[in-house]
Design a protein. Structure first.
Length: 178
């Protein structure tokens, strides 16, 4: 990637902002490959997504932002060790649910959020954002406007263990297909 940044005019001109839409597009293409259960396609899309990580790290390095691919990998490794004390420490767990609860607790301790929507990307699809907020807020949804009714449907989906984004996507496809 360093060579591309040095020798390719297009790559050299790219910034984090100019590549933003590619990161999103590649993430959605990766999700679609997962939905299709197509391992070869998934491998390809994961490569495209990883390429985005590598090019963003190369931009940061060449623009003297103070970090590189090595720093990204180190941060991942540190996070995995910290959030998996049942593997790398002395915590005992007996189920995947306990692992998830412990992961969420450790994440919350580190982030120290002061508002339920803090840390939820503003561009996250609305159903996904609603699902995340409902997971953080323990109170009933108030109001009768359309937004409140939609939020209650997301809460109902959560209670049933259903991913509202995936469910609406399936229903939309069924409707489109007639």
């Amino acid at each position: 990637m360093r060579r591309l940044r040095a020798e390719c005019p297009w790559t050299r001109e790219q910034t984090h902002a100019s590549l933003r839409h590619y990161v999103i597009e590649e993430a959605y293409e990766t999700a679609e490959a997962i939905d299709l259960a197509d391992s070869g396609h998934l491998r390809e899309e994961l490569g495209d997504l990883l390429m985005q990580v590598v090019i963003h790290a190369a931009i940061a390095e060449s623009d003297d932002e103070g970090w590189s691919t090595d720093d990204v990998v180190r941060e991942i490794a540190d996070k995995l060790v910290h959030r998996n004390p049942h593997v790398f420490g002395d915590v005992t767990v007996s189920s995947a649910a306990e692992v998830d609860a412990n992961w969420q607790r450790l994440k919350a301790e580190r982030k120290q959020r002061t508002h339920p929507s803090e840390g939820i990307p503003k561009d996250l699809p609305a159903l996904m954002a609603a699902d995340k907020v409902l997971g953080r807020v323990d109170r009933p949804v108030e109001g009768d406007d359309l937004g409140a009714r939609l939020l209650r449907l997301v809460a109902e989906a959560r209670d049933q263990g259903v991913d509202p984004e995936a469910e609406l996507r399936r229903a939309t496809r069924r409707h489109a297909d007639g």
